[in-house]
Design a protein around this ligand. Structure first.
Ligand code: ADP
Ligand code: ASP
Ligand code: MG
Length: 414
């Protein structure tokens, strides 16, 4: 069981979580619990790091930000004990959860489960702080924002759990963020493939890496709410959303929508390099240095060559990396041979995702037409087998998501 930040925010909510956990144990399950820091706490700690040193050492950043989860793990263990349960905390370094040494975005390499399994078999509820791990050289690492989801899936895989229940502040995965579109519908099932794509284009309900890990390790993941009262009427016969394989979904024989979900991401920034020489190797000189600096480039457009063998190249990078990318490119100006660099951080990427588009024509046309009808200009496009993304003005994000949600007939009927 994993509980997110909102579920852990304060003594009252932690007591509520403890009761949910206790009920599972009483139903005969052995339980391991992964917790997030209290809502807002990680942001607060990140601010302290920035204030201490804008060019902070990521290893020390991890020491600071990992502390939020240590607090909630201890508090939940205590609260469970107050309810008469046996419980203890297991910090990342105690288990340990081994990661690589990419501080602030570490990857889990392996996890020892012996101690955990022994404790659980003895009737103890194991409480594990999410987000944190231990590098090869013995230092604390963190897994990137939202990383407690990944901790939970890793723990579930290591102990061979029957299921990994991710408790959050919404009762499942919706067709789009229910906080933006009131007409969003809860999905009973979503495939790993679609969830992976949705998470990677901005549905922060699950960290992307947690979905790829669950897919790889075959962990059964369910997303559900920790805020539903016992006597509340469930939305349908499934308490949350189950992440299932493609074959499993086929077996459920459900009527499949063309589009499963829509996501938006405002953390993208656009860079245009004008008048880049149109010759072999030109784009390599642009993207080589960015790759070396671990800056992820997402959408790329290279226009057809203009006169004098020149072309404009447009691409996007995470907003947080915009300044670094710009500085790197300016430094390479002579080598790349561009004329001007134009940047825009006020853009957003809106994506539609669905396995249905593999076998249907016209999905992209519907998207472009619906946006055009509302006067929304598309600045860049990228696609995968089950996704179409467009880059638009950030101010039009919510409108675009709503328009597309209706266009693909995803609106809930009341
Ligand atoms: P936690 O602290 O529990 O990890 P997060 O804030 O990370 O919670 O994730 C839950 C939030 O994800 C929801 O409050 C919701 O606003 C947002 N969200 C974005 N897209 C979706 C979606 N498609 N379905 C459900 N929630 C979504
Ligand atoms: N507390 C961390 C964060 O806010 C990890 C998590 O909650 O998943 O990013
Ligand atoms: Mg989260």
């Amino acid at each position: 069981m994993k509980f997110g930040g909102t579920s852990m925010a304060g003594s009252e909510r932690i007591r509520r979580v403890a009761n949910i956990v206790r009920r599972q144990q009483a139903a005969g399950h052995e339980v391991a619990v992964v917790v997030s820091a209290m809502a807002g706490e990680t942001d607060r700690l990140v601010t302290f790091c920035r204030e201490a040193n804008p060019l902070y050492d990521p290893a020390e950043y991890d020491v600071v930000v990992a502390s939020g989860e240590q607090v909630t793990a201890g508090l939940l263990a205590m609260t469970l004990q107050a309810l008469g349960c046996q419980a203890r905390s297991w910090l990342g370094w105690q288990l340990p959860i081994h990661t690589d040494d990419a501080h602030a975005k570490a990857r889990i390499e392996e996890m020892d489960s012996g101690a955990l399994l022994a404790s659980m078999a003895a009737g103890e509820i194991a409480v594990i702080p999410g987000f944190q791990g231990l590098s090869g050289d013995g230092r604390i690492t963190t897994l990137g924002r939202g990383g407690s989801d990944t901790s939970a899936v890793a723990v579930a895989a290591a102990i061979g759990a029957e299921r990994c229940d991710i408790y959050t502040d919404v009762d499942g995965v919706y067709t789009t963020d229910p906080r933006i579109v009131a007409k969003a519908r809860k999905l009973k099932f979503v495939t790993y493939e679609e969830m992976l794509e949705l998470a990677s284009v901005g549905s922060k309900v699950l960290q992307t890496r947690s979905v790829s890990l669950a897919m790889k390790e075959g962990v059964r993941v369910q997303v559900l709410s920790s805020f539903i009262d016992d006597d509340a009427t469930p939305a349908d016969e499934i308490p949350g959303t189950m992440i299932v394989s493609d074959e499993e979904l086929e077996g459920l024989d459900m009527e499949r929508q063309l589009i499963t979900g829509i996501a938006a991401d405002k953390n993208e920034a656009k860079i245009i390099l004008t008048r880049v020489p149109d010759r072999p190797g030109a784009v390599a000189t642009i993207f080589g240095p960015l790759a070396a600096a671990s800056i992820n480039v997402d959408m790329i457009i290279q226009n057809v060559g203009r006169d004098k063998g020149e072309t404009d190249v447009t691409f996007t990078v995470p907003s947080a990396d915009l300044l670094r990318a710009q500085t790197l490119l300016e430094a390479q100006k002579a080598a790349i041979g561009f004329n001007r660099i134009i940047t825009d951080a006020k853009v957003a990427k809106v994506s539609v995702v669905g396995v249905g588009m593999k076998s249907h024509a016209g999905v992209a046309a519907t998207m472009f037409r619906s946006l055009a009808d509302r006067g929304i200009n598309i600045q860049a496009i990228s696609t995968s087998e089950i996704k179409i993304s467009v880059l638009i003005d950030e101010d039009e994000t919510e409108l675009a998501v709503r328009v597309l949600h209706s266009a693909y007939e995803l609106d809930a009927v009341d």
